[in-house]
Design a protein around this ligand. Sequence first.
Ligand SMILES: [Zn+2]
Length: 485
Amino acid sequence: MKKFISILLIFTIAETYSQQKTVVITANDLIKHVNYLTSPELKGRLSGSDGYNEASNYAANFFADLKLKPLLNNSFFQHLKVEYNEIKEPLNLSIYNGDELAELDLGKDFVCRGFTGSGDVKSDVVFCGYGLSLPEYDDYLDVNVEGKIVLIFKQNPSWKIEGLTSEMSYPRYKTNLAVRHGAKAVLFVSKPNDINPQEPIISVLHGPGEQPINTPQLHIDIPIADRILIGSGVNLKFLQTKIDSSKSPYSFDANSLAKVSVNAEYHKEKETQNVAAILEGCDPILKGEYVLVGAHLDHVGNQTNKLYAPGANDNASGSAAVLELARALSTDKSNVKRSIVFILFASEELGLVGSQFFAENLSVPAESITTMINLDCVGHGDSIQIGNGKSAPELWKIAKSLDELSARRMVNNTWAGGGADATPFHSIGIPALYFVTTNSYKYLHLPGDKVETLNFELLEDISNLAFLTIKKIAGGEYVRELIKQ
Ligand SMILES: [Zn+2]
């Protein structure tokens, strides 16, 4: 009998949960957007490119078809200018094994840094540790890199050096420093002793400063660096261990030749745009309050015609969710009392440029914005995580209680301080939530971030949790809280 009751109980609970899981937004509809956004024609959606402009038009047309209004001056676009670099043919890296030239594979053995300069260089490779030059620690002190190619760690040491700042970890900073010492090209390599050394990822995060337009900058894979070092009798792991344990430089001519050709077209400023639409609330008073729902539409682009970053998870997934949220919320407007603004941000990959611009140029008073909901990398992994809960705990609790009644997939871990495109809004006092999935970053900025590697059910679940959360907030059931920093 006891057994029978517990079996009955399990059936009842299972049935209750399956009944309660809300599916207003379907994986099928989400994936259609992801398929389009990741298609080769859009070439990785780098802000400033034709591919990004096509993605923006697609989003604007979608909003128009839903009969949403443009947020700004009768246009769905909010224009801004961003730094831009186009990497064209030819693009080659070869290394010499003795007399034999070995041509390396783009996207596997190496990639360009997004803001690489151009150049044709054939020269000796000089290993220069972390590529830093400080009074207490100087990788360039005892080597001559004039006219040479330098091989340096992409990341900075985990131990302290007097005067070392976070800016000095950026590729642009390290490149400009190498150029000041006379180098003609830079090969970055990840620290091999890290637990998960970073693969050569496609990235446009380059840091501030002047663009070294005549200096090729590549990120090479660790085994390639070891092949370059073979003539010197040491490998990269040995070198990192030696430098880290002695906390002193160990730079030397690697006794190896490399040949680099890069052709990049640099624009200090190129026009791009955020895409924003508004669904007006139905309550005469509450419609003057706003819920912002955003995701970045851009990704890291292409490198010649041979390599592009599809960015299915990052962030076609979040963009698709925003589009389907717009459809779901405008289809059933009942109880949408506050106004909802849907935004697709440009240029997150350059360092939150589009969202920062939006937050600095608000068309409504910041105090009238009840909440900002950001969706970034919501399609890969296994659970739902909602960030910034430590800064906006009341808001976070709403999402958590809704998840309890629906897919029950949300973890308890959260953080403070915004995160990604939620940060500029958090910084001006707006309570924000950052929807993301756990273990999301396996293919981050890699060619493998494609539709086939997404978790469709998880993408559907997190989109529906966002729907329930937004519907509740827009329904007036949340009073803007004072955020914690
Ligand atoms: Zn990214």
